[in-house]
Design a protein around this ligand. Structure first.
Ligand code: FE
Ligand code: CA
Length: 534
């Protein structure tokens, strides 16, 4: 089934809304109007759009960032700027249910995070921001169901890897029509690379991202995309990161392999993590130590309860991992390895999640009473042998490079009798669908869950379809692989089962690209056996 392509959104559609009378609204609710309240802005200070995320049964994080060019033109770049946020039951904001003022400060790039609480559970809301004479576009979000609620469905999209130069975000324009409760984003929101001309479809401005200013600039570039903005404004997102938010193939405290050498990698990583915070609807407490005390770490892993229907776990397989094993010639970054020549590969000490996150996750599994346990993480969980001619060759960058850590995760699922484990991933820029086995080295071992690793929004695939077909034969726990299409997945969970639909953008280099359904899969509850819908 192919849908007709719809034209890309342009700035003329509902974005630049300088609402008249906002100054009087601000006076009415007793907020400071500031010097710009009289003269207004030279341009839309909310040009990066709005976003919401990290929903709970009674709240959500609302995000925006004031456009630095507009702030500079107003002579306010070194000043704090009060920004009003409003949450309403209706799109006209006649029934405002919560509002407040946040100081957008220069130290955090005039970003705004309103952590709203006290809302009704399982409820849709409209929100917007006001600054001086300007109003942001209106966003729509929802709270999650109450912990004891029994929702009859959860419908989410999962996405990852949106290298700017590789294409347009048609995927998000079509995602708008999916009637989603939320979006799960699994890493590589941006890439630190400079533009690679003439290959790039659209130019990446700003060179290498490796300082706080260059990371901010790179996020701002992505936030200028109106298809991405529209999807952020349409539903709450749960977001984690992978390597490119900092540097290609970095591993914990060890730098990766791209960009100008930066002498102090931890300073670079801190800058990147702070810029991530400044541009995402995430919670301050998880970044407080990083921002306030220059602690090196931030927290993006966590669990999110969707009534009794599902627990959504978000993992971080980058920040706390050991270095990749057995790179040839002590090269930095990632490569493929042959386990028979790499003793350290099987070392039980090696970790992908880090000790703290790993024990946290097991405790979460122990106490989970959810029907579906959906684990969003960066990459492919299942073992994937690239050698289709009888040997063994694994990537050392994902779970295949940390087999004992993977086995501990699987044992944790088994020991805690975790109900309906569903692993969702990204990173490989290709769709891979398969069963989680109790032991990947024994093809007849028990299927304990299912895995859907998604393709990229734009980033290029690494494997040909022909090679993927050969790999399916030597990795039979995978039942489907497609490397040809960019796009996203939609997973719908109900008390009886789950359905996953892989949505494929026809041509990510076409800003008006159509989309079609590549494949569809169903899994009955308590029966980890994926059926392809014919
Ligand atoms: Fe990627
Ligand atoms: Ca990646």
């Amino acid at each position: 089934m192919t849908q007709t392509g719809t034209p890309p959104r342009t700035a003329s559609i509902g974005r630049r809304r300088m609402i008249q009378g906002v100054a009087s609204t601000i006076a009415l609710i007793g907020l400071p109007s500031g010097v710009w309240g009289k003269q207004g802005w030279s341009n839309d200070p909310f040009s990066m759009g709005v976003a919401s995320g990290a929903p709970t049964p009674d709240g959500v994080v609302l995000w925006t960032r004031l456009d630095p060019v507009v702030v500079e033109a107003a002579g306010l770049i070194t000043q704090s700027i009060p920004v009003t946020w409003q949450v309403a039951d209706d799109a006209q904001f006649l029934r405002i249910v919560a509002q407040g003022v946040i100081q957008a400060v220069p130290a955090l790039a005039h970003s705004v995070h309103a952590e709203v609480s006290g809302l009704s559970s399982d409820h849709h809301y409209f929100y917007r921001f006001l600054a001086g004479s300007a109003s942001s576009t209106t966003g729509r979000t929802r709270t999650f169901p109450a912990l004891e609620a029994t929702p009859n469905s959860l419908r989410l999209a999962y996405a990852s890897c949106q290298q700017w130069g590789n294409g347009y975000y048609s995927a998000y324009r079509h995602m708008l029509d999916e009637n989603l409760d939320m979006v799960m984003f699994l890493g590589d929101y941006m890439y630190e690379y400079p533009s690679s001309r003439p290959k790039d479809i659209r130019p990446t401005t700003g060179g290498w991202a490796n300082t706080i200013e260059s990371y901010r600039q790179r996020y701002a570039l992505h936030k200028s995309d109106l298809d991405l903005q529209a999807m952020h404004a349409a539903a709450p997102w749960l977001i984690t990161w992978d390597d490119h938010e900092v540097q290609n193939d970095y591993a914990g405290i060890l730098h990766g392999d791209s960009g100008r050498p930066v002498e102090d990698f931890m300073a670079r990583r801190r800058a990147a993590y702070q810029a991530f915070y400044e541009h995402m609807p995430v919670r301050r407490a998880d970044f407080e130590a990083l921002i306030s005390t220059h602690n090196n770490n931030a927290k993006v892993f966590g669990s999110h309860q969707y009534g009794k229907l599902a627990t959504l776990y978000l993992l971080d397989t980058r920040q706390f991992r050991d270095p990749q094993a057995c790179n040839p010639n002590n090269k930095i970054g990632a490569s493929q390895l042959d386990p028979s020549t790499c003793a350290i590969w099987n070392d039980p000490q090696r970790t992908l999640l880090g000790t703290q996150q790993e024990s946290w996750l097991k405790r979460e599994f122990e106490v989970s009473t959810s029907q579906w346990n959906v684990i969003g993480q960066q990459t492919l969980l299942g073992q994937r042998n690239f050698d289709t001619k009888g040997g063994v060759r694994f990537s050392n960058n994902g779970w295949d490079g940390y087999p004992r850590a993977r086995q501990r995760l699987i044992e944790a699922m088994i020991q805690t009798k975790l109900r309906n484990p569903v692993v969702i991933g990204g990173d490989v820029h290709e769709n891979w669908v398969g069963h989680i086995l109790s032991d990947y080295n024994v093809p007849t071992s028990t299927k304990i869950g299912v895995e859907f690793c998604g393709t990229s929004i734009t980033s290029l695939a690494h494997t040909s379809q022909e090679k993927a077909n050969q790999m399916l034969r030597v990795n039979p726990h995978f039942i489907f692989a497609n490397t040809e299409y960019r796009g996203y997945g939609v997973a719908e969970f109900t008390p009886s089962g789950m359905r996953t639909t892989l949505r494929a953008v026809e041509d990510a280099t076409n800003p008006r690209s159509a989309i079609h359904t590549l494949a569809e899969f169903v899994v009955e509850s308590d029966k980890p056996n994926i059926k392809i819908v014919e």
